[in-house]
Design a protein around this ligand. Structure first.
Ligand code: FAD
Ligand code: 2HG
Ligand code: ZN
Length: 482
């Protein structure tokens, strides 16, 4: 079908104002990190699940591939079109309704395009907690969170997005609608299909709605910033925090001094305690169902024990909500501060918590040998064994050229060590197109074969976000081999 006839069909289905082909489409075509700019045949903005299904059927009929997109805040170039000008971006942004809040069932059913922060606010107003929390929450959507199985800062207590989801509604690559929005906590009636779509990065279908788990809101939250003598001390503090706070431990984020210095440099209005005094700091949060006094007492006992055992040097405990927000804001500003410093190389890795200090010591030493002068922005979700072990070019280097020439060699050093430590090359950001080649190297052949078989079964024409996560050539080769 010629493009003009296909675009005409899309306009008939959605209305011309929801089929974008002209003007500045950067918000949809450029990835958040500025790593790649694609070119879409069209950006469509359906307003309902039947409209999504109709668009998918039209794309299938025309043999056009589709890229599902939420807030376009992903880190691995997975939500923007390729450069061919042949792909349709299906933006879920208009589908942002809260369908139902069921306080007795402790669930909320939302459209996939619902912005995470809006979802949190609605729950808070009902005295409930939706715990998923990311620095991108003002823009990212629940569909994108599910598509990437996002992690964030509360995983240590509540798990990843996968652990918070009780059901999905999905438009399949054929344009059929699967309604799995039961909201049941127990349902062993065969394969749990929802888990196929969660973390599939738009390669198996388009999530159009979800039922998410809620929790009672805590009575109080206490936040502290703790100064540490070493990364090993942070691991020791984590053990103490689990012991002292139990389920109250809702946040444990580590930040290396260079990461803090970037916040200090690029956001000078923020006060950064312990700036340039210790190698690492931790933001620690205690949520309590009893009272503020109880939460504070628990936290202070923990910090006292930590100082006595030598794993904490000093700490500030927020006196009020504004101070707590300010401490969290330091942590949440790191990705933006790093972006302001320039293009960078990200390693979103996970390693068993106990082995992290060893891993970092070996990786730092290896990179100091292979790439003297590079700057390590090391921070992340230590409570989950997930580090953002990122690399900034040497001060005097041209960041673009450095990335072009050194990203491969630096990745080789870091990922070889990740393998040696039995870790993962993507803890929470996914694979997208940026890590596709790496996945093929670091995942077992048996696992890759099963992934390709699933892709082939659900999307035999490879029209759903092709080239993301798996190579289309690999899948086709595999399909013919088997
Ligand atoms: P998009 O970027 O639009 O899409 C991401 C992927 O999901 C793409 O492959 C896309 O095709 C697919 N997708 C989107 N919507 C759908 C849908 N409805 N159905 C099927 N597939 C879909 N990530 C973390 O895990 N933890 C963090 O702490 C974190 N912090 C961040 C902080 C900042 C400042 C930024 C910019 C990003 C951060 N991220 C983090 C990454 C990103 O925000 C998450 O991956 C988020 O889940 C992406 O949501 P999105 O709506 O922007 O999805
Ligand atoms: C975070 O934890 C995000 O802040 C972004 O996952 C990580 O920028 C990064 O590397
Ligand atoms: Zn993160």
């Amino acid at each position: 079908m010629p493009h003009s006839a296909f675009l005409h069909t899309l306009r008939e289905l959605l209305g011309a104002s929801h089929v974008l082909t002209d003007g500045d489409l950067s918000a949809y075509e450029l990835d958040w990190r500025g790593r790649e700019r694609g070119k879409a045949l069209a950006v469509v903005r359906p307003g309902s699940t039947p409209e999504v299904a109709a668009v998918v059927k039209a794309c299938v009929a025309a043999g056009v591939s589709m890229v599902p997109q939420g807030g376009n805040t992903g880190m691995v170039v997975g939500s923007t079109p390729d450069a061919s000008g042949e792909q349709v971006v299906i933006s879920l942004g208009r589908m942002n309704a809260v369908r139902k809040l069921d306080a007795d069932n402790l669930t909320i059913t939302v459209d996939a395009g619902c912005v995470l922060q809006n979802l949190q606010t609605v729950c808070e107003a009902a005295g409930l907690l939706f715990p998923l929390s990311l620095a991108s929450q003002g823009s990212c959507t629940i569909g994108g969170n599910l598509g990437t199985n996002a992690g964030g800062t509360q995983v240590v207590r509540f798990g990843n997005t996968r652990d918070l989801c009780l059901g999905l509604e999905v438009v399949t690559p054929q344009g059929e609608i699967w309604d799995g929005l039961t909201g049941l906590r127990k349902d062993n009636t065969g394969y749990d299909l929802r888990h196929l779509f969660i973390g599939s990065e738009g390669t198996l279908g388009i999530i159009t709605a979800a039922v998410m788990k809620l929790y009672p809101a805590p009575r109080a939250k206490m936040t502290a910033l703790v100064a540490l003598p070493s990364l090993a001390a942070a691991v020791q503090l984590l053990g103490l925090a689990h012991g002292h706070l139990g389920a109250g431990l809702t946040g444990f984020e580590v930040m290396g001094q260079f990461a803090l210095s970037l916040v200090h440099k690029h956001f000078p209005q923020q006060r950064v305690p312990f700036f340039q005094t210790v190698p690492y700091c931790v933001v620690l949060e205690n949520s309590d169902t009893e009272s503020e006094a109880h939460a504070r007492a628990q936290l202070e006992t923990l910090l006292q024990a930590a100082v006595e055992q030598g794993c904490a040097v000093d700490a500030v405990v927020a006196e009020n909500i504004a101070q707590a927000r300010a401490l969290w804001h330091i942590r949440e500003s790191i990705p933006l501060a790093q972006a302001k410093e320039g293009l960078n190389i990200k390693h979103d890795i996970s390693i068993a918590v106990s082995r992290i200090p060893d891993f970092v010591a070996q990786a730092e030493a290896a990179l100091a040998r292979s790439h003297p002068g590079i700057r390590l922005v090391n921070y992340g979700h230590l409570g989950d064994g997930n580090l953002h072990f990122n690399v900034q070019a040497p001060v005097e280097a041209d960041a673009q050229a450095f990335l072009r020439d050194e990203e491969g060699p630096i990745n080789a050093v870091v990922y070889a060590l990740v393998d040696a430590f039995n870790g993962s090359i993507s803890a929470e950001h996914g694979i997208g197109s940026l890590k596709r080649e790496k996945l093929a190297k670091h995942k077992s052949p048996v696992a890759l074969d099963m992934m390709r078989a699933i892709k082939q079964a659900l999307d035999p024409h490879h029209l759903m976000n092709p080239g993301r996560m798996l190579s289309p050539d690999d899948s086709l080769r595999d399909a013919t081999n088997h």
